[in-house]
Write a protein that binds this ligand. Sequence first.
Ligand code: FAD
Length: 484
Amino acid sequence: RWCSGPAKVRGKYARVTDADVHHFRSLLGESNVLTGRQNVGPYNVDYLKHVSGESGLVLKPKTTKDVSEILKYCNGRNIAVCPQAGNTGMSGGSVAMFDEVVLSTQRMNSIINFDPVSGVLVCQAGCVLESLMNHVESHGYMMPLDLGSKGSCQIGGNVSTNAGGIRVIRYGTLQGCVLGLEAVTADGTILDCVNTMRKDNTGYHLKHLFIGSEGTLGVITKVAILCPRLPKHVNIAFIGLDSYDKVLQLFSIARAEFGETLSSFELMDNVTVTCVEKNLQLQCPIANTYQFYVLIELASSRPNVGQHMENVLEKALDDSVIADATTSDQTSNINKIWKIRESGIDALLKLGYVYTFDLSIPLKQFYEIVELTREKLKDVADCKIVSGFGHIGDSNLHLNIVTSRCDEELTQLIEPFVYGWTSKCGGSVSAEHGIGSAKTHYLKYTKSVQAIDLMRRLKNTMDPKCILNPYKVIPTATADVAVR
Ligand code: FAD
């Protein structure tokens, strides 16, 4: 269990009774109300296995009306609720901290409409990202986001965390592509903001209250997303480099040369690639002897980007900016190479607990924190490996520390150091994973006192009893402290 972030005292919420369970069974049907340790167990543990909740009840609504009835009832009874989608979140937001009822969107997985002219997709919040990708691809479109967890994460979870992913450099974070959404607020009110127009300046953009608020202001039930056209030509390069300075040189060259066709510029250090090779038996497509690896993806409607990429990389090789490279335009090769980049976290998890950080850091100092952390922890026996990878094109570093235990002592050694350094650099303590329960204490490292105060007032207005995802995002957001 994370030690510094999560609240240690249960809020003054009602405990679930047999009468409550009976009520939910009559509302949703027997099989959509899970009780008992074995059934509820998987919903009580997060992906990183840092948080274990004590929820005794999982509810699986199918419709917006179901969600509305659940929240109306819970608000009336003062029962706390934790919304959960694919449960791939990295900040402990999707798992109960105490005995909150888990509201799972697993069954809310219908595609409502896809317009092949405008590229606008409307669907329920529980659709798995990969299934949406497959659906829009069959119409010649792509989802504007892609992430390693695509096989499990759901679009509602993605929107609630304002997910980033591997193509932010080209398509931006999800917030720019969400045209509208439907959400249910704490008292059960259904808020229909499912706008499907690209332009809509009719007053406050209420959708933004729910994008990135991690289930603390409402449960998202439907989304409308603008999808870009699927590029006709995709080319990829996997490149070895000898120093971080050269990575930055290559980034400048790539932006200047590839312009709007650059759809990814991703970094992995040698420690990460070695771990992926050893622990997942995936093979690095070039010699594993370089300090850094960069994955560049170009996407275009024009056929000649591949040749241009070859020319640019050849020159970079002659100029000793890069040390080695391989390129491909074949889908099966492209997928294999992406797998190496996307498997970093799973390869590290094979070795123990992973303290994973999701930092925005100015590019000049980007890799410095990996080296500083390595130095700081070099004599700590329980810290086995420090690695760095991430979306360098968006200044987003995932710093990872593999440890043999996960407790207060280690947390206190690592977290204030990393977040303090990030704050001093003018970075962000969460580039894309959100605050969840893990980083509530560190929100102030990035947000001002006034900003946190306004967040509190919004929470109070929209969820006065604080039943929605308590203990998450805002420090002391629980019923007893009452965020007043
Ligand atoms: P969950 O983990 O279930 O929930 C996340 C948060 O949203 C929780 O606070 C939950 O309460 C809330 N929530 C869920 N559904 C709703 C809803 N319908 N209404 C309101 N609140 C809701 N993230 C990135 O941004 N970029 C990456 O590149 C990336 N790569 C990853 C790679 C791997 C291998 C893994 C395991 C994770 C990665 N992640 C990444 C993190 C994670 O996948 C994302 O945060 C994702 O958006 C979470 O979606 P989910 O469906 O799993 O949501």
